[in-house]
Ligand binder design. Structure first.
Ligand SMILES: NC(=O)c1ccc[n+]([C@@H]2O[C@H](COP(=O)([O-])OP(=O)(O)OC[C@H]3O[C@@H](n4cnc5c(N)ncnc54)[C@H](OP(=O)(O)O)[C@@H]3O)[C@@H](O)[C@H]2O)c1
Length: 417
């Protein structure tokens, strides 16, 4: 299948949770050899190719160019165009843009303005430089369905049309509606089209951390917890049963949701970009691994088991924590410490057990928000996958698979013990 093409993909945010998986899949090569001839991976933080964990070069793999140090917060479109002309080989041949950049800012309105400016510069620079541009795609998220409102906004399953009914006071705190306006205007009269993909929690690997990776956050917690209780992979005594309670309250443990592995979202973004007639035109698609929703409470024991632990439900004394928290509040917890606090306290243990990249490659500023996941997401928020399935994209997968594949990779990258 396949055949050669001159497709040249550029991935902005290639070091991030979705961006890493996108480059990984393009190089795999997904959907098949020859779909892309060139892949340019642009990162902000420096990334060493030898530590990227991307597939090595072979005769089927598209050519990879890694361009580090592209900080989009500075300058305008003309300056970015100059930078791309200087740094990216064959920039004029770019056909597909995958935009995975996101920067969190304390003030929501400023966050929208900052992120919009970065994306606008990227689009304007490519409109100047790339006459063969055909497709642009970016991820939105369930924040765009109002899940940051205590208790949520819409009754699930969440369907794509609902984004148009967000209360205006909330919509202005989310950047995705502004991205849609930007792409509608910028693609007018051009040869390219675009789509948006909407995930809930994304489960995946990055070699050097990620601000909002729940899988990495919980993996580091469970890894340290296991080792500290004598059940680490290199520890002899595995005789005793070590229990670890779900880090949250019962309502959050039992709320329905539809997570997606970074591999699945990456593959769909590529699939959509190669099917512009059915997936372009500014369409929005929900994405998840499985149409059947699951709960964090049923996932938890399976994650704990991978570390040799027994995952329990929320601790008894958390019944009174059943309330939606503002995400900026710290979770009220009766655990001796939240996963983030526990990891911070025992961070030195990683290096002692050979997890040499764990200290520098954690979740950083996202830690507090990830700690609160088990407390404030107390309501059902599952996505409808009807529109996704109509595209002919792959079918259901076991959502646990993405977690366990990520854990394997974290271990081989020295991010967990
Ligand atoms: N994580 C989730 O579970 C989740 C769920 C739903 C939706 N989403 C959405 O998915 C999108 C991507 O999120 P993600 O989880 O992949 O985030 P991520 O892992 O934090 O990745 C964000 C990327 O943006 C890059 N970036 C940040 N500031 C930059 C700058 N000034 N210049 C250039 N690049 C910059 C980062 O590079 P450096 O780290 O090198 O700075 C990183 O590669 C966001 O819109 C997010 O809201 C994420």
């Amino acid at each position: 299948m396949g055949g050669e093409s001159n497709n040249h993909a550029i991935v902005f945010g290639a070091s991030g949770l979705i961006g890493w998986a996108l480059v990984d899949q393009l190089l795999s090569p997904y959907p098949h050899a020859g779909s892309f001839s060139k892949v340019t991976a642009a990162t902000n933080r420096p990334l060493n190719l030898s530590e990227s964990h991307w597939p090595p070069a072979d005769s089927h793999r598209p050519d990879l160019q890694l361009v580090s140090g592209v900080d989009l917060r500075h300058g305008d479109a003309a300056a970015l165009a100059e930078c791309l002309k200087r740094e990216v080989k064959d920039i004029e041949s770019v056909t597909h843009i995958y935009y995975l950049v996101f920067t969190a800012v304390e003030d929501d309105i400023e966050e929208v303005a900052t992120n919009l400016r970065m994306f606008q510069n990227v689009i304007d620079a490519h409109n100047l430089l790339c006459p063969n541009l055909r497709f642009v795609t970016f991820p939105g998220g369930t924040r765009g369905y109002g899940i940051y409102m205590p208790g949520g906004t819409f009754t699930p399953p969440l369907t794509e049309d609902m984004v148009n009914n967000l209360p205006p006071s909330y919509a202005k705190t989310v950047v995705y509606p502004a991205y849609r306006e930007l792409l509608n205007a910028a693609s007018k009269g051009k040869k390219w089209t675009w789509c948006e993909v909407c995930p809930d929690a994304i489960i995946g690997f990055t070699p050097n951390g990620s601000q909002f990776s729940l899988a990495l956050h919980w993996a580091q917690y469970l890894s340290l917890y296991a080792v500290n209780h004598g059940v680490g992979p290199n520890q002899a005594s595995k005789a005793t049963t070590v229990e670890v309670p779900f880090p949250g309250n019962p309502a959050s443990a039992n709320a329905l949701f539809t997570p997606v592995s970074s591999k699945t979202i990456a593959r769909f973004m590529i699939y959509a970009s190669l099917h512009p007639e059915t997936c372009g035109g500014g369409r929005l698609f929900n994405i998840a691994d499985n149409e059947a929703p699951c709960t964090l409470g049923e996932i938890w024991p399976q994650l704990a088991k991978w570390f040799g632990l027994v995952g329990l439900g929320p601790a008894e004394n958390m019944q009174d924590q059943d309330r939606a928290l503002n995400v900026s509040e710290l979770p009220q917890t009766n655990l001796s410490s939240t996963p983030g606090e526990y990891v911070a306290k025992h961070r030195d243990t990683f290096a002692k057990h050979g997890a040499v990249n764990a200290a520098s490659g954690g979740v950083g500023v996202g830690s507090r928000q990830l700690d609160s996941v088990g407390y404030w997401l107390t309501f059902d928020r599952q996505l409808s996958l009807k529109k996704l399935r109509e595209t002919g994209f792959e079918g259901d997968k076991d959502p646990i698979q993405g977690w366990l594949e990520s854990f394997e990779k974290f271990r081989s990258a020295g991010l967990i013990i």
